[in-house]
Ligand binder design. Structure first.
Ligand code: NI
Length: 193
């Protein structure tokens, strides 16, 4: 069976589990549900010496990318409730570079942030599973996007997890920085590239 067929099957299983919505909503929920299991161990691999080290003065460290992922979740929760309750919701964009002091994320405790990320995400996934198809189609105006629905917002959040995870991984694997913690400790058999 080709890849498309397999993807279709996975989607059908997901749709059967939730019932309220179709495959495109369920894959978004499943991605949001699974992301912390990739993101948190990835962050935990960062050696102490490089955890808060910025690759350049204006670029975030691993610590900052991780804390940012925890930070945006209350914002998304708030947007969801606004779109569900308001007749003509208007969303104002959030840009940490524009809206926050430069060192704000460095002041946050990483362990607290990762715990919030996991806890808030579980709560969000539970909330999303209560929505029906018409909720997912609800829209808002957004000051930086030409269209914005609940579906688009949470697909964006799912992609956003991995956008920052990718940046974290780039920093973890930098040739001129110390290697990630358990890769450095593992024997060669467990190494993957
Ligand atoms: Ni971001």
């Amino acid at each position: 069976m080709g890849l498309i067929g397999q993807v279709g099957q996975v989607g059908l299983v997901g749709a059967g589990q939730a019932g309220l919505v179709g495959q495109s909503e369920n894959v978004v929920i499943e991605s949001l549900e699974r992301a912390p299991a990739i993101v948190v161990p990835l962050v935990r691999q960062a050696p102490k010496e490089t955890l808060t080290r910025r690759p350049s003065p204006r670029k975030w460290s691993i610590h900052e990318h991780a804390c940012h992922l925890a930070d945006v979740q209350p914002l998304m929760w708030h947007r969801l409730e606004l779109i569900l309750s308001d007749e003509e919701p208007m969303i104002r964009s959030y840009d940490p570079g524009r809206d926050d002091p430069d060192d704000r994320l460095l002041q946050i405790d990483l362990t607290d942030a990762l715990e919030r990320y996991v806890r808030d995400r579980a709560r969000l996934v539970e909330r999303l599973r209560q929505l029906d198809e018409s909720d997912w189609r609800k829209t808002a105006r957004h000051d930086e996007y030409n269209s914005y629905s609940i579906h688009a917002m949470f697909r964006h959040l799912a992609l956003h997890d991995f956008f920052h995870a990718y940046r974290i991984e780039e920093l973890l694997l930098r040739l001129d920085w110390p290697p990630p913690l358990d890769l450095a400790d593992d024997d060669d058999d467990h190494r993957e590239r």
